[in-house]
Write a protein that binds this ligand. Structure first.
Ligand code: SAM
Ligand code: SF4
Length: 466
């Protein structure tokens, strides 16, 4: 049953007036706000507006430095890796920016069978992946039974040491009853992007199909929570409308979820529009976000919602990405394909893909590069498997326990990768990075336990976590 009422998640009028009011702020005010954010207590939308509108060299440098500090304090050097698995590119919507739109008659449509899904999963497992994001177009015959079967297939598909330990889902909004079934099937995060929080732009970008209902979409996380899925992923699609408004609205959405559900979003994604076949808006984004603005966006999110994971696609240049990691990103996709079946058959990439990716490197190449920059690649799924999700996860995160669980678990899952999947060059470098991180674990009890577990893994043990 769809919502008939206009939702009040986003108060556009309030956000626009806060942006206007911030236009008159002196630089000192921005510096004070950044100082406050160092205490890891987040920011109000009015404070976010001041940071968005004040861009002197001093404010910018201070903003970067504070974001680096907050990122390091909460996440250390960890970088969680995952891959998307496109299940179907059939879609009855006509989003102006997406190649899967119904009016794109050139795109070859495909909905994977269970055997095809298993084949894709085996290939992803052989790359070392443990976390997948299943992505679905919105088909005319979009049955929950099909979705449940796809999830079951992913969890049941194993190769050698390979297995998928956490399936996240990015799909169209569903009812609370459907979300209950997805929860029972064992999904981790339900992720959904509002694309643009600006109603009028939203209506223009989504001219037909069920997605044209702004309210049904923005209330999807609420229904997912009602159905038992308490790790929620949100985000805008940058390029459709003024990025300042989108940042404000995303923070407002996060605060709405925190106030209403007692837990904010588990992740915020920040895709920028990519070129897509026969998608006019993707070819010429009406509100391009420059690299300079993108850096500020990452920093402002990091300060505004310090405990929320931040996800970035791997399309940016190596140098730029490394900078964004330090400023706040905590999860990235690696080795991604955006067409159903393309891990097996790369020729599907151009004729069936959702958008064009700029980064074609393998996960091993990305991991090697992460190590060179001192990051700790992680495939960890421990919190979700130990039931530390939603409110429990945020509770732990907020009292600082995250370091005692996350760092050792990142190290243990990275060790699995090095033993089972790494190229010789990545293994040599990775072992070095790994021992440095082990030596930095300050709690002696935790360090000893970790060293013992690493030894067990050398002797064949797997899937060891705290
Ligand atoms: N069909 C579902 C929906 O729209 O929510 C889920 C899958 S859709 C493939 C996942 C996301 O891809 C969308 O929410 C949108 O943000 C993103 N997307 C679509 N076209 C894009 C483009 N040209 N560049 C970057 N991201 C895009
Ligand atoms: Fe369909 Fe989602 Fe693409 Fe829109 S963004 S056309 S709903 S797959």
């Amino acid at each position: 049953m769809k919502t008939l009422e206009r939702s009040h998640v986003i108060d556009e009028g309030r956000l626009f007036s806060e942006i206007d009011a911030a236009g008159q702020s002196p630089a000192e005010k921005a510096l004070d706000i950044i100082d406050k954010a160092r205490e890891l207590r987040g920011l109000t939308t009015a404070e976010v507006a001041v940071l968005l509108k004040t861009d002197t060299p001093e404010v910018r440098e201070t903003l970067y430095a504070a974001a680096i500090k907050v990122k390091a304090a909460i996440y250390g050097q960890r970088m969680v890796l995952f891959a998307p698995l496109y299940v179907t590119n059939e879609c009855c919507n006509d989003c102006l920016y997406c190649a899967f739109r119904s009016s794109n008659k050139e795109l070859i449509r495909k909905r994977l069978t269970m055997e095809e899904i298993a084949e894709e999963v085996r290939l992803l497992e052989r790359m070392g992946h443990k976390r997948l994001l299943l992505v679905y177009g919105e088909g005319a015959d979009d049955s929950i039974e099909y979705m449940l079967k796809t999830i079951e297939t992913v969890y049941a598909t194993r190769t050698g040491m390979g297995e998928i330990r956490r399936v996240n889902v990015n799909c169209a909004p569903r009812t609370a009853g459907d979300f209950r079934l997805l929860h029972e099937a064992g999904i981790g995060t339900f992720q959904i992007f509002q694309e643009t929080y600006h109603r009028e732009t939203y209506a223009r970008m989504h001219p037909s199909g069920p997605k044209s209902d702004y309210d049904w979409r923005i209330t999807a996380p609420d229904r997912a929570f009602e159905g038992g899925v308490d790790d929620l992923g949100i985000g805008p699609l940058f390029g459709l409308f003024d990025w300042r408004f989108e940042v404000m609205a995303t923070v407002a959405h996060a605060q709405y979820l925190e106030d209403k559900l007692g837990v904010g979003p588990h992740t915020i994604s920040m895709p920028r529009l990519e070129p897509a076949l026969n998608a006019p808006v993707a070819e010429h984004p009406p509100h391009m976000v420059s690299d300079d603005d993108f850096r500020r966006i990452v920093c402002i999110f990091r300060l505004a919602v310090p405990y929320t994971g931040m996800i970035l696609s791997t399309r940016e240049s190596a140098e730029f990405r490394d900078e964004l990691f330090r400023l706040g990103i905590s999860q990235i996709s690696a080795g991604s394909k955006t067409s159903p079946g393309a891990y097996k058959d790369a020729t599907r990439e151009h004729i069936m893909e959702q958008f064009t990716l700029g980064d074609h490197r393998t996960p091993d190449e990305i991991i090697h590069e992460l190590c060179q920059a001192g990051h700790m690649p992680s495939f960890c799924t421990a919190c979700y498997r130990q039931g530390r999700t939603g409110h429990d996860f945020m509770g732990l995160a907020k009292i600082g326990f995250i370091q005692d669980f996350c760092t050792p678990n990142a190290i243990l899952t990275f060790k699995e990768y090095l033993l089972d999947y790494a190229s010789p060059a990545t293994r040599a470098l990775g072992e070095k990075v790994l021992s440095e991180h082990v030596s930095r674990v300050l709690n002696t009890k935790v360090r000893r336990h970790l060293e013992k577990s690493l030894q067990e893994m050398e002797e064949g043990g797997r899937d060891i976590y705290m």
